[in-house]
Design a protein around this ligand. Structure first.
Ligand code: B12
Ligand code: SF4
Length: 468
């Protein structure tokens, strides 16, 4: 079978949490999910696989259709995010117009909304779980003209199946078993990191899920799995051979345990792997010794989820971290010389007055990270926060349900509107960025750190969009 795996463009992405200005500059990461699937299919099956990344090219739909026609696949597999659902539909339509016999969807949206995904017009089947664990059997069946209903991970179409039956997703228990990502399957030179140094770059995921319980997050809690340090270093070594020198570990939380980070850094140092890296961290458990070892292993920057400025607010979000731990983490990073990006949320159930939000902004300045990212909190279906919103009458399930049944570009995800409306939150978001970044000290520091003219123009563009 000829299989084309597609990451849809983002022409109609629904804006939520992350300001569009930041997202637009942030979409230049490689399509990890499709790379993982294609590497697996190439290694273990005889199907001919190609990846089409509509996102990196900002590809138009006529161009996408032409690309599909050129490859002439038997099967198209589309990766679906909930906020990208309108583009998923347009991509399905393009595949249909290109006369592709079978159109499948998979990815985070299908994992969260399996029945609704299987009912999307033009979709032949929705597959739940890791594509590596579902697609091989499905492709073999299609190649032999056998039915795919009932195969593991295949969501039945039509009437709602009994709860739990066939809907349970398929996941691998051991991430080490998956083959190394064959990044040569895409033009990897086109991907970059806005905050990076401008060298060849890639993202890598080394774990799945997170056992913490933050109310605003629905990352798989019970399925946490991690690759071994040896497997991660094999992946890195493979990418270094291609000239890649910058890595962003995009795991939900890289330091679920310090032992994991410690073991990986020791292995990187032992193998003398020379590259710089950055990762997403929680503030608790960060020690000076750990940071020093991480720095020896190439760590140059950490993105840390701070979210709020008081212990009471952090408790409401069940963040399981204290302000003292956050302060200590940022102080130690500055002391050791690792740069920081602090993530904050505006419009949480803990921010009842404008003064509360100003306190969050003041804290971001006081903490003195190198960069900040403010998001407007958007309660997603499937999170504890969403349930709390419904229980307290702050949120209605209907707007989301309508969008998921019938995606339209005009959808505006409801915010936590108990204390502020969306307009007030947007205004305070812009204020937060202005107050943090338009300080002489920050402008000077960031200008000194710029690596190139390209980087400068990129950042100025992003900053202008943010402020506007
Ligand atoms: C890394 C990551 C990112 C990175 C992506 C970096 C990169 N591409 O290099 C960044 C930071 C950019 C990012 C951004 C966003 N992310 Co994100 N991200 C993740 C994270 C932590 C891991 C995803 C990953 O790469 N996993 C490893 C790869 C190998 O596996 P995978 O993506 O899970 O894909 C597997 C299956 O889903 C399936 N699959 C995927 N596609 C397909 C297609 C077919 C046909 C089949 C059969 C199977 C299949 O097989 C894959 C391989 O096993 C997940 C959380 C999590 N733990 O899953 C959230 C997650 C995917 N992100 C999420 C969200 C909401 C976003 C944003 C929309 C946030 C925002 N408000 O802007 C943006 C949008 C990104 C975009 N597409 O435009 C949600 C998605 C929820 C949903 N229902 O859509 C998740 C689940 C987190 C959460 N629980 O809230 N993200
Ligand atoms: S620590 Fe991060 S990934 Fe883990 S539950 Fe909280 S927000 Fe989600």
């Amino acid at each position: 079978m000829r299989v084309l795996l597609i990451r849809p463009p983002a022409h109609h992405a629904i804006e939520a949490e992350v300001p569009a200005a930041v997202r637009q500059e942030n979409v230049s990461y490689p399509p990890l999910s499709l790379l993982a699937i294609s590497s697996h299919l190439k290694r273990y099956t005889r199907h001919a696989v190609q990846i089409l990344d509509g996102l990196v090219d900002g590809m138009s739909y006529p161009a996408l259709q032409r690309e599909i026609e050129t490859f002439a696949p038997d099967v198209v597999g589309i990766s679906a995010y909930t906020l990208g659902l309108v583009d998923v539909q347009r991509t399905v339509a393009a595949a249909r117009s290109a006369k592709v016999p079978r159109v499948l969807v998979g990815g985070p949206h299908v994992n969260d909304f399996p029945v609704e995904s299987a009912a999307l017009p033009g979709v032949d089947a929705a597959l739940r779980g890791d594509g590596q664990a579902t697609l091989p059997a499905v492709l073999d069946a299609l190649a032999e003209d056998r039915p795919i209903d009932g195969l593991p991970g295949v969501v039945p179409t039509g009437s709602r199946p009994p709860p739990g039956q066939v809907l349970s997703p398929r996941y691998s228990g051991n991430l080490d078993d998956y083959p190394l990502l064959d990044i040569r399957a895409i033009d990897y030179s086109r991907y970059y990191d806005l905050l990076g140094g401008g060298g060849l770059f890639t993202t890598i995921v080394t774990s799945r899920g997170c056992p913490y319980r933050c109310t605003f997050c629905n990352t798989p809690r019970d399925r946490f799995a991690s690759m071994s340090p040896g497997r991660i270093c094999d992946e890195i070594e493979d990418k270094l051979r291609l000239g890649i020198r910058e890595v962003y570990f995009v795991d939900d939380t890289f330091n679920i345990t310090n032992d994991r980070v410690w073991g990986l850094c020791e292995e990187i140092v032992r193998r003398r792997l020379t590259f710089t890296w950055t990762a997403r961290f929680r503030a608790n458990g960060i020690s000076r010794d750990l940071l020093r070892l991480m720095q020896r292993a190439g760590c140059v920057r950490l993105q840390v989820g701070v979210e709020q400025s008081t212990d009471a607010a952090l408790d409401i979000l069940q963040k399981d971290v204290t302000v003292a731990e956050i302060r200590s983490a940022f102080r130690l990073c500055r002391e050791v010389g690792i740069k920081t990006v602090a993530y904050f949320m505006i419009g949480t159930p803990a921010e009842r007055t404008r003064a509360d939000v100003m306190q969050t902004i003041d804290f971001s300045i006081d903490l003195d990270p190198d960069f900040v990212m403010f998001n407007i909190l958007t309660p997603f279906p499937g999170t504890r926060l969403f349930e709390q919103g419904i229980e307290r009458g702050v949120l209605e399930p209907e707007p989301w349900e309508a969008f998921i049944r019938s995606p339209s570009p005009g959808f505006v995800p409801p915010v936590w509107s108990e204390f502020f409306d969306a307009r007030e939150l947007a205004e305070m978001l812009a204020l937060a960025y202005r107050r943090f970044y338009f300080r002489p000290r920050v402008i000077w520091r960031n200008t000194l750190a710029l690596a190139s003219w390209h980087e400068f123009t990129q950042k100025v563009r992003a900053a202008c969009r943010l402020i506007v």
